[in-house]
Design a protein around this ligand. Structure first.
Ligand code: GDP
Length: 363
């Protein structure tokens, strides 16, 4: 499974956010998620479409899909030189599929800031510099290998050498690899290096409860910085979310309604993570269970069937598909069929987000 690593300087609210995410998972007690590793949070993805489907199908149970967040604490300046537990943390980050970078945008004299003052851009740069230095080391080694291997004129190795030189120059100029324009073949060549700054990244601006507005200059600065590199910013108040996450579902709903919120801010973090990982959702809607399933954007019908069971992929025959909007508009499968919105799709079909599917397969 794909997962999102939470990084950031010490004392910015990573654990607070992570605990809120994990609490949200525990609170959803009907759902079959449990936490095995204390640093891994398997978090249900809030999706109002599930409730809309359930209102029509009236199943015995509703099962959301989930996303994993991993708390990668302990990244400090000097990590790329092996300071602290530097190498170990970098190794963990290398394994992630996307990065949620938490940035402190709240002032609180009771919470010590490692650099002595609140300066989100300098904080971001401390972390990003460590990540870039780690990548520089990786690319430098790879370039040496490719240079040696290309001596005899091997085309693939020459292509690698040229690419790695470009990547190195880009990193040297202080930019993350994710902002370097590359052809798909080049991206494929680079994949084996697991470069950290090539991973999709979002910034989670940890603001005060009242810090979401235009008057929060810290938030403004993070937005401007992220905008330059084309990354998302998700503002959230981690401490507040951690408190809400502890309430049971009924109290939570009442509390949120009382302050005029429809859902916890945490849901935005979860959805942003899902998007960052380039994941999409399809549904199965039977009387036993209405359920959301996660696939990578661009997955074919057989690959998507394989998420339910590998046998489904191997024995795939056809997928019966109704788009979510059609399913809702025509009040279910029969209605959608009558309206001509029911389709039979084959092996090549690329699934769309929201497809309501029934797979036909051989066992
Ligand atoms: P980490 O080191 O990045 O994991 O940071 P923690 O989650 O342990 O938070 C560090 C301190 O900041 C703790 O005392 C938290 O209670 C506090 N904190 C975290 N988020 C917020 C927030 O949104 N507002 C305020 N005022 N304090 C926060």
């Amino acid at each position: 499974t794909l997962y999102c690593g939470i990084v950031g300087l010490p004392n910015v609210g990573k654990s607070t956010l992570f605990n809120a995410l994990t609490q949200a998972a525990i609170a959803a007690e009907n759902y079959p998620f449990c936490t095995i590793d204390p640093n891994v949070g398997v978090v249900p993805v809030p999706d109002p479409r599930l409730d809309a489907l359930a209102a029509i199908v009236k199943p015995e149970r509703v099962v959301p899909t989930a996303i994993e967040f991993v708390d990668i604490a302990g990244l400090v300046a000097g990590a790329s030189k092996g300071e602290g537990l530097g190498n170990q943390f970098l190794a963990h980050i290398r394994e992630t599929d996307a990065i949620a970078h938490v940035v402190r945008c709240f002032e609180d004299d009771d919470v010590i800031h490692v650099a002595g003052k609140i300066d989100p851009i300098s904080d971001i740069e401390v972390i990003n510099t460590e990540l870039a230095l780690a990548d520089l080391g990786t690319v430098d080694k790879a370039l040496q290998r490719a240079t040696k291997a290309s001596k005899a004129g091997n085309k693939d190795e020459l292509a690698k050498k040229a690419l790695f030189e470009r990547v190195l120059a880009h990193l040297d100029s202080g930019k993350p690899v994710r902002t370097l324009p590359m052809a798909d073949e080049e991206k494929a060549l680079l994949r084996e290096l697991h470069l950290i700054t090539a991973k999709p990244t979002m910034y989670i601006a940890n603001v005060r409860e009242d810090g979401f507005g235009d008057d929060n200059v810290f938030l403004d600065r993070v937005r401007a910085y992220a905008g330059e590199e084309g990354s998302m910013v998700v503002p959230v108040c981690a401490a507040f979310e951690a408190e809400i996450a502890q309430l049971d579902e009924a109290d939570k709903a009442e509390f949120l309604a009382g302050i005029g919120m429809e859902e916890p801010g945490l849901n935005r973090v979860i959805r942003a993570g899902y998007k960052l990982l380039r994941l999409a959702t399809y549904f199965t809607a039977g009387v036993k269970e209405v359920r959301a399933w996660t696939i990578p954007v661009g997955a074919t019908a057989p690959q998507s069937a394989g998420v339910i069971h590998t046998d489904f992929e191997r024995g795939f025959i056809r997928a019966e598909v109704i788009a979510y909007e059609d399913f809702i508009a025509h009040r279910g499968e029969q209605g959608a069929k009558d309206a001509g919105k029911w389709r039979l799709e084959g092996k090549e079909y690329i699934m769309r987000d929201g497809d309501v599917v029934h797979f036909r397969f051989n066992v």
